[in-house]
Design a protein around this ligand. Structure first.
Ligand code: HEC
Length: 136
């Protein structure tokens, strides 16, 4: 007679339940990371929205796709025009502005933005994707 059989079944059941909890967690995380329940948008732009909010960009910048109305820095809905004014390709301009904001100071604005160069490269990519997609 195998007295350990019920125990083994319990352990298996526990394992299954744990797996379900982990799957749920991942779905929640995805929802959080993309800022919506439609994780199907995929791409960096959706994750960029959460990064924009979480890094405090919204407190200084107006940017409609993020629902941001900050007034310290330039209106990021006009990024395409600013890039043209700086004579730089939009994506390169935005990337530089995040990694090294002092490299180009938007006329009429103070040089008060801190560098976000310490963010992981992937997060910078996602921010750039979000900002360039929203300002075309
Ligand atoms: C303390 C306020 C502040 C915060 C926080 C801030 N910025 Fe800025 N930002 C500014 C100011 C002021 C400028 C204009 C001066 C300059 O060009 O560096 C600027 C410039 C920029 C520019 C270039 C716009 C242009 O026309 O030159 C981009 C892009 C930008 N910020 C994105 C971001 C992103 C993305 C974040 C968050 C990761 C962020 N900013 C956080 C104040 C801020």
């Amino acid at each position: 007679m195998d007295t350990a059989a019920p125990l083994r079944r319990d352990v298996r059941l526990l394992g299954t339940m744990l797996g379900q909890v982990l799957v749920m967690r991942q779905a929640d995380f995805q929802k959080w990371a993309t800022g919506s329940s439609t994780a199907a948008q995929g791409g960096g732009a959706a994750a960029g929205k959460a990064l924009f909010t979480n890094n405090g960009c919204a407190s200084c910048h107006t940017f409609a796709p993020a629902g941001a109305t900050g007034k310290v820095g330039p209106d990021l809905d006009k990024l395409a025009a600013y890039a043209k004014q700086a004579n730089k390709p939009l994506e390169a301009f935005v990337r530089e502005s995040i990694q090294d904001p002092s490299a180009y100071i938007q006329p009429g604005y103070p040089n008060v933005m801190a560098s976000f160069n310490s963010l992981p490269a992937q997060q910078i990519d996602q921010l750039v994707a979000f900002l360039t997609k929203g300002s075309s």
